[in-house]
Each structure stands twice: as C-alpha cells, then as structure tokens.
Design a protein around this ligand. Structure first.
Ligand code: ZN
Length: 415
C-alpha cells in the first residue's frame, strides 16, 4: 500500500509541479525508477529552506479554490512556513488524531481540554477535530487565563488535557497556588503532551506531581500538525503506515539506517493533497522500532524524540542536547520546574550557563547552603555532559513561563 501511494505521488508531482520536477531532474531520477519501496531512497531530500524559498504557495499542488484552510508557523529565522489543506487533508489529519486518541483510550466518555494555541498554530485545531471525531466532549480553552482553565477543569469534570509539557507544569503550579489539588479536586487522568522536546524525567515528574498519565504526541506543521501518539503501552510513537513513510538517515551522509539505529527522521507523506512532502528532513533525531507492540497495532513506531539535529549545541567541541540538561536537573530534588540555558563566547572560549529555579523549600538565605547546592548541581552536570557548566541558582518563580512552546536556550554566540 505504501509503495502504491508513493508511486502515484511521485508520478503526479513529476508531471504537475515545477519544483518536484526540477528536483528530480537534478537528481537524475524519474518516476519509473521507483520500482519498490526502498527505491524511495533514490529521491532527493526536501529541506525547510525549500519551503521558505517557495513561500507562500510554490509547493502547493492544488488550485487555490480547493484549499480550505491555512496554518502558518513562524520560524526563528527567515520567512514563515505556510501549509495549506484541502477538505481531504483535514479529513485524514482528523483521522490520524482520532486513531491516536483511541490508542490512548480516549473516547465518548471523556471531556478533553485542548490547551494548545488555537489559530495559526496547528496544535489547537488539530487536537480539537481529532477529539470531536472520537466523540469526546471538547473544551477549546486554548492557552492563557490559566486560573479560569483550572476552574473549568474542576467544574466540567475534565478527564484529559492536551497541551505542551511546560504549560502542564505551569497549570500544576497555578492550581497549587489556588489551593486546588489536581489529584483530589479534578477528574483529570490523562494528558496528551508534546509540541516541544521533553524527557522521561519530566514525564515522571508530571505523573507523580499531578497524578495523570502523560502520553507523548508527535507531528510538525509541515506534516499537517500533531498527528501520532504513543499507545497505552507507551513503547514509542505509532506512525500510521498508510499515512506516512518514515526513513531514518545518517544526518551527515544521508544514508538510510536500519531499524534500531539512531539518526534523523525523514518523512514522505502518503495522503497529502494541497501540500505534499517527499523525503522531507524534519531534523528530529530518533530511531525506528519495528518490533511488535504489545498493544497489537502493527504500524512502525519511533522512539521518543531525543532532540533535533539543529538544536544540538556544540560547546567547546562537545555535543550537548538541551534534553540532557533537563534530564540531569530533574534528578536533583531541590530543583524546580524551570530552567534556562545560556551560551556565551568569551574570547574564543564557549561558556554555558544554566539558570536553575529552586523549589520553595530548597531556597535558603544562607549563603553557604546555596554555594553547596550550586557546586552539587555543577558536579552533576559535569558528570553527565562532560563539560564544565556554570550554574546560576534562581529564586522560585523568577524564570519565564511558557504557554506555547518553551524557548529554553539562548545562544549569544556569533558563529
Ligand atoms: Zn502500541
């Protein structure tokens, strides 16, 4: 089925779209060269830069009258990415999410609070339609007005929340201040969490502090938006094979890797109409798991995203992922929920500063206590990251909170 879809897609794009036609010509491949599924590796890659270069609609493959919605994601650099959807695109996107939500046991009996941003961002509307399709009652609360969100959660007996992990933690903090115990005073039991990288340690923290089970969700705006989740087994994210063909490549050489080998994910979307993607380099680092999932679903799974190949910081020649910093911090009981990573260059030397917010009970006026704690965290960082890190301890509730995607890295180096 995947092969039939790819073949049809490639022939169509070669014939009808200038961009894909030129790309394939440059790479010296023709649609008839795709004889089996693994021949997909003969096709050229697509990059974020291609999306920017063809902004706004150069990569659309249907006339404007067939486009019924746009979503726009703003990049940190350059032009935004515009994604268009036909009726069919919105239908299969909702289908993907409906299957995913079903796989985490969400259905008619649930009330789901969608606390992702609604609007140009794909999270809110994506989850909204997916949840409606499984028959859940949807509370489209979006981000912000956190106290009101918590009141509604209590009043309406919300059982599931969908939001970013950092916002969920913020909701927990605000609830505590309002004297509301999420476990005792709400019916919340599940959280569908994603749109930014998060670690197993953060999952453990969310689950123990709020008494919910947190499930990882994956997708990017280029793909359609959030699409795929873990199932109840939580052994990787099920990538619905009739919708997407996943390859994992070596980010340096572009060579396709075997299941189990870690690399960069490349996706070919099999059902998209308005805005197709062939061998798009998402830059997320993961590996394919092809063993059988105990839930019985046979689709391939990917491991939790470990970081992005372009999020990796190179500090004094050593590769550092923000997720490693988070993992280290979450093991230290005195450390609160918020941190920031700041990278500076002094002369020719890189310096990494990690600002760490402490828990209320860990914060002390005694200078010696604070110095000892600082040294302890610095030693843990050194042990785990293999580089010296300066730790800057912060009072509780002094670092920025994020309602959308958390931006925890400030790289001040001019490279
Ligand atoms: Zn499963």
């Amino acid at each position: 089925m995947q092969y039939e879809s790819v073949k049809k897609l490639v022939s169509h794009l070669y014939e009808f779209n200038q961009f894909y036609h030129n790309r394939m010509k440059e790479a010296n491949v023709r649609p008839e060269d795709i004889q089996c599924l693994s021949d997909v590796s003969k096709l050229p890659f697509m990059y974020k830069q291609d999306l920017r270069d063809n902004y706004p609609t150069g990569l659309f493959t249907v006339p404007q009258k067939d486009v019924i919605r746009y979503h726009v994601s703003s990049g940190t650099t350059g032009k935004p990415t515009l994604v268009g959807y036909t009726n069919g695109d919105l239908d299969y996107w909702s289908e993907a999410l409906a299957r995913s939500l079903t796989s985490v046991g969400i259905g008619k009996d649930d009330t789901m609070q969608v606390s992702y941003g609604y609007g140009l961002f794909t999270g809110g509307l994506g989850l909204h339609y997916g949840a409606e399709r499984v028959g859940a009652t949807v509370l489209p609360s979006g981000t912000g007005s956190t106290e009101r969100q918590i009141e509604l959660m209590v009043d309406l007996g919300v059982t599931v929340i969908a939001c970013t992990p950092s916002y969920l933690i913020h909701i927990g903090e605000v609830a505590e201040k309002m004297g509301i115990d999420i476990r005792r005073d709400t019916k919340l039991r599940k959280a569908v969490v994603g749109a930014e990288p998060w670690t197993e340690s953060m999952r453990a923290h969310i689950e123990s502090s709020m008494g919910v089970k947190a499930y990882d969700i994956y997708g990017t705006s280029e793909m359609a938006g959030p699409m795929f989740t873990e199932c109840e087994e939580r052994k990787g994210i099920h990538m619905q094979s009739d919708m997407v063909y996943v390859e994992i490549i070596d980010p340096e050489t572009g060579e396709v890797l075997e299941p189990g080998q870690k690399g960069e994910m490349v996706v070919t979307m099999l059902k998209k109409e308005a805005f197709p993607l062939i061998r798009y380099r998402i830059k997320d680092l993961t590996c394919l798991l092809n063993d059988e999932c105990p839930c019985g679903r046979t689709s391939p799974r990917i491991e939790r995203i470990k970081g992005r190949s372009d999020d990796m910081l190179i500090i004094r020649g050593i590769n550092v992922f923000p997720s490693q910093v988070e993992h280290t911090l979450m093991q230290i009981p005195e450390v609160g929920n918020q941190y920031m990573i700041i990278v500076n260059r002094k002369g020719s030397l890189d310096e990494m500063i990690v600002q760490v917010e402490l828990k209320n009970e860990a914060f002390s006026d005694k200078m010696t206590d604070m110095m000892m704690l600082k040294s302890k965290i610095e030693a843990e960082m050194k042990k785990y990251l293999n580089i010296a890190v300066k730790v800057d301890l912060k009072e509780p509730e002094t670092l920025p909170r994020f309602e959308g995607k958390a931006k925890r890295v400030i790289d001040n180096r001019v490279l």
